[in-house]
Every structure is written in C-alpha cells, then in structure tokens.
Ligand binder design. Structure first.
Ligand code: XIL
Length: 382
C-alpha cells in the first residue's frame, strides 16, 4: 500500500535488476483483445454462427460485435424454422404449390445483423436435413407413410419457397446477406450413386434425381438480390472422392452462371484432415474460378488440458495462416471464414462428451485457439 505519510528520509536505496514487463489482462475484460475482423480486414470477412438466445446476452453481443463482421444463424434460417405447417395444412389446396412461410425466427437474426451492421451468410435454402417430411408429401401430411408429392408439385413448391424467402430478405433487409448456401450437403459418395449424389436420406433426390440442384440454383439466381453470392456448401469436402464429385457438379453450374462459390464447412479434427489435403482442396475449388468460404469451422477437441488447448491454438494458427497466405498470394479467393459457435459450452459437438472446439471458453474468455486464429506470436506454429 502507498504510504502517504512517508518522507524522503523514510525511503531506502535499493537496486532493481532483471525487470520484465507484462501486459496485465483483466479477467473478463474482452475489450482489449486483438480483433479478428480487424486483423483480416484486407483478406476476408470473419464470422461466427449464433443461436437466437445469444442475441439478447449483453456480454455475448459485445464480443460478437467487436470480433466479427459476419454472422450465420445456426438454425433459425433453415426450412424447418420457416415452413409453416399449421397454415399449410389448414388449407392444403390453397397452399399446394405455394407453401405458407413464417419469418419470425429469420427476423431475429436479420434484425440483429442490421442493427449492428454485420453481414449475414444465409444458411440454408435447400437441405435434406432440418426440412420436415410433410413438406415433401402430397397433402402436407404428417403421416409417416403419406406418399411423396410429384416432381411437378415439388418444382413449384421449391420455386415458391425460394421466391418468398429471397424476396422477403431483399425487401426487408437489403444489403445484409452477402452469400446464400443455396444447396447444402447434396453429395454423399457412400450412397453409391453415379455422380456421388446423396440419395438414401434425401427426399429431394428421391423425387427429382439430381435435377433439383440446378433448379435450386436457377431459382436462387432469379430471386436473390443482385451481388449476392450463391454457394454450394458441404462437410468433409477435402476427401478426394467427394472433392471430385463436387467439382464435377459445380463446373457445370459455374458454366451456367448460377454458382458463385463453394462453402467448405470444415468441421475437422485435431489430426484430420492433414494440412496438405486441406490446402489441396481449397486450391482445387478455387481453380473452378469461384469464391471459397470456410463456413462452419470447428475442431473436435475432447480434452482441455493446457497441452490440448495449446495444440488447438497451433492448429487454428496453421489454418488461419493458410487462409491468409492463399488469399494474399491470390491462390484462392477466400472471401469469408466463419467459426461454428462463439463459446465451447454451446458447441453443437457437445453430446455425451464435453468438447472444447472453439475460440472462447464457458466464461467467454479467450483460449489459445483465439490467439492462434489471431496469429499471435505466443502460439507456436508447430
Ligand atoms: C447444426 C446446428 O449447429 C445444430 O444446432 C443443429 O442441431 C444441427 O445442425 N452442417 C450444417 C449445419 O450445414 O447447419 C449444422 O448445424 C452442422 C452441420
């Protein structure tokens, strides 16, 4: 304590040697952190996936709006949260080819983005998951045995769905969405279909064959705001067979001018894929002449020892160094990198086992992973 009554005579002469000066970081004070969206502002947008409850939590909002300049809604803009069963089934004839939609959940994220001047990745227009089966049945029936609707009806429903969602966004939130995942996860080589198309668990495929993909991109182009990039998005897309199937499919869509980018989800592990395979995939997609976005990055880490967390930091540092160097050397037009969640406690990877995949811990404190992503010199690159 400072002694205010001390006179010069009370002081002792002492020598001080070997001084080291540290920056003191106040626990819980995230205001002085390096800012990801600043670090990469010349390279690409940096985004985070969010759930609706996070938009109302002040500490989270502060962190989101200082670190990131792009957001993706983790669930709220998927078909299951937009399709309105009650209205559709109340008058099947009326809604037969023009499904009734409800935008109240979509509004949450879009309003938040607008209010905080963040850009939005629209996720996702067409997916085999999180799209209820009743949407594919002839009479909007929830009976698990109800027959599927015809291709003709589903073509109209698809166009109407895309038209309504995209028009609603263009009209109410112009300029907020910069990329749409038009089709998500349509390739699954294991299903054994020529072209690698997902078939077994996809009603889209079962009704259309692979035709729905081009249709979806055609409608998306027709109704999306000008300047919005249209993406095909998938996981494990660095695996060679999947990579080549996606490229073959995409090439044709690029030629037709209806696909602008490949979204590499990047739900990866500590030792898989190798950096070499991952880099190869980014370059391969870039060679189609399209944008590449890293759309759902997380690293499935099961331990939280100091060693584990440091290694996670190293893996993130390698990834972000790669993204930056590929962009700056013009080897890949990477336009956005999004991490799939803000803090570990709400990661979608948590199940029976707790996981530690993200930049911030349960107290919203930055982990080595965050500093790795910042390319901070405290994190070893190897
Ligand atoms: C996940 C969400 O994060 C979870 O909350 C939800 O229960 C399931 O979907 N690929 C995608 C994302 O394209 O939409 C998925 O998100 C993760 C895998």
């Amino acid at each position: 304590e400072y002694n205010t009554s001390a006179t010069p005579d009370d002081l002792l002469d002492i020598y001080i040697d070997d001084i080291e000066i540290y920056e003191v970081r106040v626990v819980g004070d995230n205001a002085n952190l390096p800012k990801l969206c600043e670090i990469y502002k010349e390279d690409f947008k940096v985004g985070v996936a969010l759930m609706d409850f996070e938009l109302k939590d002040e500490r989270r909002v502060n962190l989101i709006t200082t670190q990131f300049n792009s957001i993706t809604m983790g669930n709220e803009m998927k078909p299951e949260n937009i399709l309105d069963y009650k209205t559709c089934s109340s008058d099947v004839k009326k809604y037969m080819t023009e499904p009734a939609l409800n935008f109240s959940k979509l509004d949450l994220g879009m309003k938040f983005a607008k209010e905080h001047q963040l850009s939005m990745r629209g996720h996702t227009l067409l997916w085999h998951q999180q799209t209820p089966r009743w949407f594919f049945t002839k009479n909007y029936s929830r009976d698990p045995n109800a027959p599927l609707a015809s291709k003709e009806i589903m073509t109209k429903r698809l166009e109407s769905y895309m038209k309504q969602v995209l028009t609603y966004c263009n009209t109410n939130y112009p300029g907020i969405i910069y990329a749409w995942d038009v089709v998500n996860e349509a390739i699954n080589v294991e299903d054994g279909i020529k072209g690698g198309y997902r078939s077994k668990d996809s009603y889209w495929y079962q009704i259309f064959g692979s035709e729905y993909i081009e249709l979806a991109f055609t409608y998306a182009r027709k109704y999306a705001e000008e300047g919005v990039s249209l993406f095909y998005n998938d996981y494990n897309c660095f695996e060679k067979s999947k990579l080549f199937a996606i490229c073959t499919m995409a090439e044709d869509l690029v030629k037709k001018g209806i696909l602008d980018g490949i979204g590499m989800q990047s739900h990866i592990k500590m030792d898989y894929p190798s950096m070499t395979d991952y880099e190869y995939a980014i370059k391969k997609y870039a060679s189609l002449g399209v944008e590449v976005q890293i759309t759902e990055l997380d690293i499935d880490l099961a331990g939280n020892s100091l060693e584990d967390l440091t290694k996670l930091g190293t893996r993130y540092k390698k990834l972000f160094s790669l993204y930056q160097s590929l962009k700056e050397t013009k080897q890949a037009n990477i336009t956005s990198v999004t991490v799939w969640g803000l803090s570990d406690d709400y990661s979608w990877l948590n199940g029976d086992k707790r996981k530690y995949p993200l930049f911030f811990d349960d107290n919203l404190l930055p982990k080595a992973a965050f500093y790795g992503a910042c390319l901070d010199e405290s994190i070893p690159l190897y």
